[in-house]
Design a protein around this ligand. Sequence first.
Ligand SMILES: *Cc1c(COP(=O)(O)O)cnc(C)c1O
Length: 395
Amino acid sequence: MVSPRDDLDPATLLIARGRSNDPHVVNPPVYRASTHLSASCAELAASAARNADGAFFYGRRGAPTQWALAEALTALEPGAAGTVLYPSGVAAIAGALLAACRPGDVLLVTDNAYEPSRAMATGLLKRLGVEARFFDPLDAAGFAARFCDRTAAVLLESPGSLTMEVADVPALAATAREKAAAVLIDATWPSPLGLHSLAHGCDIVIQSLTKHVGGHSDLMMGACSAGPDWYPRLRTVAQELGQVVSPDDAALALRGLRTMAVRLERESAGALIVAEWLAAQPEVAEVRCPMLPGATGHALWRRDFIGGCGLFSFVLAPGIDQEARARLIDALELFGIGYSWGGFESLALPIDPHRIRTGAPWPAGQLAVRLSIGLEDPGDLIADLARGFAAMRER
Ligand SMILES: *Cc1c(COP(=O)(O)O)cnc(C)c1O
């Protein structure tokens, strides 16, 4: 097979990259190997000294199955020099933050960050002498004033977890760069198919591969991709921490990757149909779906993003209490109740963002539901939601 060019459409790259080196088979074999063998003492010494991607040395540095996945993810992210794989998305966040922060530093964290990111900032990083400060991601004008001479890094996430605010990523990243702070972005929601984070000025792009790349609710993995400045540092920290993913999981992730473009297209289209239906329900105060015309963040999403996904939230009208919300969700037959998302199946989750907001508070009484729209027929999902709303109206 000829080496596929980088100017191919991402949907084609998903198919063409991360393939087997053996021209007779499609997929890279699953190399289960702790020990890597060298042909001679000289080769052993050379591979230890080189410590390069794609070089056999020791199982913790991966083998061709993991390298193929990393190579495909690098090809998908314009500007990336390499990708480090981690055993979960949270491990990838830790890998990026530990590469970017040192004791005494200040870390700016978007207030709508994934909850474990907040917990890491106020827990692990605090114990290491890093001070986390949370900022309102929608206050791009006031962002520069948040920096001090100790600010070393910024953690962005757009759209934000649970509440789906779309930040002005290019503006925030440009401000951070002026202040010489590293820009980290959790881009799990868009994936590289929906947002070119490095091209928009970010230094490290973090993804939970558990979500869109896996796509089948059967594996956990994370990744960080970065340009030539940051990739070697990420790789060193990951090696110091002993991070490695299993070749079996890497093969599963590669399998998921092949269909990611069609799944995201289908999920996004389904999510938009469901979001439009929800917006017309009297019990729904607001639909927080960046792809929905007129929704908060839609204009920025259109400007910066090239794709969406099935994950969004809706806010219930004032007066609807937790029990009523539970009646809605419990009556659903096609939606599972669960936290992870991005699989083929639809999910619903009650969310209470007020517990974890400090920089941009969320009213305590404002109840919301997060949906992850899967690959089912959107009409069937709407009928299921109609059943949920009917159950909520019953008293
Ligand atoms: C799920 C998620 C993660 C963490 O991924 P895991 O693989 O579950 O550790 C990180 N960021 C976002 C935005 C997520 O939704």
